[in-house]
Design a protein around this ligand. Structure first.
Ligand code: ASP
Length: 444
């Protein structure tokens, strides 16, 4: 058995956590590749190293003193080094980084990546594993997309040389060898590429919870635990806000069908959640419920005589030109809506609206900026006629106005748009209705 095991920032947030990581790794010889994040929060009031490094860069850029922030980062790593009695020389790396920052010779991406780099240097020393820099393994193109074939080749070569290694998550390199970052939380994705490149049997993802729960524990107290979930279900839940794994984690793993097991560093004996291509025994109609507030819908009324397709294409081209991710496009005969995350729109809003109004054939644009989206996900829905009706009736019974409905033909998820104020109430109502309903087991 060959395992890749990734430990998130909270699993590295104190010296006790580092000891737990070592005990977990040493308990199983199959754990060949260890991927680490930057040091995270031990307490809710703590600062994550990655956030601090972004701040250091911005302070320096705007000529504001950054020394205390830099010192805070440095001290986090040096105290781990001291308390674990490690020897690896990270002090000179810190000096070099500071010197390059002073002389504007380090990019923001490189500076921010140093959190993962220092975690990996120390962890390699602590475990007695080889340190292998992800700069040598994960190859990006100039658009920040992973060049998969090259990346897998590099990983394969590293695996043939290093039996046991520690690799920093979250970054790789552009073709010019400068550092490129994944999006936030991207160490999960690094681990997934390593699992694929190493042809691993299992990708373990250690975090501070025992896997996935049917709903957000910040909204539902002690929600039902999910023991198995399919790649597709997970991707929907993660995309709509279930924060345990980065939504792109599964992409490298789908073809090879490498399972992910999400486990808790503080309770490695607990069950965790298996993420697989096929889930064989789903007991519930609904696997999970997630969602996010803060969406905005622009609704376009077009002239009857103008082709809907041509107008939608022009509108989408503009969204693309403004680098705005379109979430949903519900349509009717003469109207269609575009749903986007409000935050992403902020600075671009007025320019975009002005450009949209210039498209010939659009009669009016109205907007609804009070939209929360809820994803109800369940691979069993496709086997049960009436599932959508059941879901919608929950909203009706609780007098929640449904603004938008979106269900794909695969039928493993339904998206419902409601007012932000109805968000928590809807999650509670859905959870109460579906959490404990059991179905006769069906294969997916
Ligand atoms: N440290 C990075 C972040 O906070 C990446 C990661 O932890 O996965 O986003």
């Amino acid at each position: 058995m060959y395992k890749v095991s990734k430990f998130g920032g909270s699993s590295l947030s104190s010296v006790q956590e580092w000891k737990k990581v070592k005990a977990i790794v040493e308990a199983d010889d199959d754990r060949h590749i260890i991927v680490v994040s930057a040091i995270g929060k031990a307490l809710p009031t703590d600062n994550k190293v990655t956030d601090l490094l972004y701040l250091v860069y911005q302070h320096h850029k705007y000529h504001v003193a950054y020394d205390s922030l830099f010192r805070e980062v440095k001290e986090k790593y040096l105290s781990i080094k001291r308390e674990l009695g490690l020897n690896v020389d990270i002090e000179s790396d810190f000096d070099e980084i500071q010197e390059r920052l002073e002389n504007d010779r380090i990019s923001e991406e490189e500076l921010v990546s140093r959190g993962e780099y220092f975690s990996a240097r120390l962890m390699a020393d602590y475990l007695g594993f080889d340190f292998v820099d992800s700069k040598e393994l994960i190859n990006f193109d100039y658009n920040g997309q992973v060049v998969e074939e090259e990346t897998l080749d590099c990983i394969e070569r590293a695996v043939s040389v290093h039996d046991y290694m520690v690799v920093p998550g979250f970054y790789g390199s552009y073709p010019n060898y400068k550092i490129c970052l994944f999006s936030r939380g991207g160490s999960d994705v690094t681990g997934a590429y390593l699992a694929k490149g190493a042809k691993a049997d299992l990708y373990e993802n250690f975090t501070d919870v025992s896997g996935f729960y049917m709903a957000d524990p910040r909204i539902i107290l002690h929600p039902r635990h999910i023991s198995q979930i399919s790649y597709d279900e997970l991707r929907e839940l993660s995309y709509m806000g279930a924060g345990v794994l980065h939504e792109e984690t599964i992409l490298p793993l789908i073809d090879e069908d490498i399972p992910i097991l999400v486990l808790n560093t503080n309770h490695p004996e607990e069950e965790g959640t298996w993420v697989k291509k096929e889930v064989t025994s789903r007991q519930h109609l609904i696997t999970g419920i997630s969602g996010k507030k803060g969406f905005l819908a622009l609704t376009f009324l077009k002239k009857r005589s103008v082709s809907k397709l041509s107008i939608i294409l022009q509108v989408l081209n503009l969204f693309n030109a403004y680098h705005l991710q379109v979430e949903h496009i519900p349509t009717s005969i003469d109207t269609f809506s575009i749903v986007v995350e409000k935050n992403a729109m902020e600075e671009k809003y007025y320019d975009l609206i002005a450009d949209l109004k210039r498209i010939p054939g659009i009669l009016a644009i109205t907007e609804d900026e009070d939209l929360a989206m809820i994803a109800i996900v369940g691979g069993n829905m496709v086997h049960h006629a009436g599932a959508s009706g059941e879901i919608l009736s929950v909203f009706g019974r609780h007098k929640v106005n449904v603004k938008l409905i979106d269900q794909g033909l695969e039928e493993y998820q339904m998206l419902i748009g409601v007012s932000n104020a109805d968000f928590e109430k809807s999650i509670h109502a859905l959870y109460d209705r579906f959490a404990h309903e059991k179905l006769a087991p069906t294969a997916s």
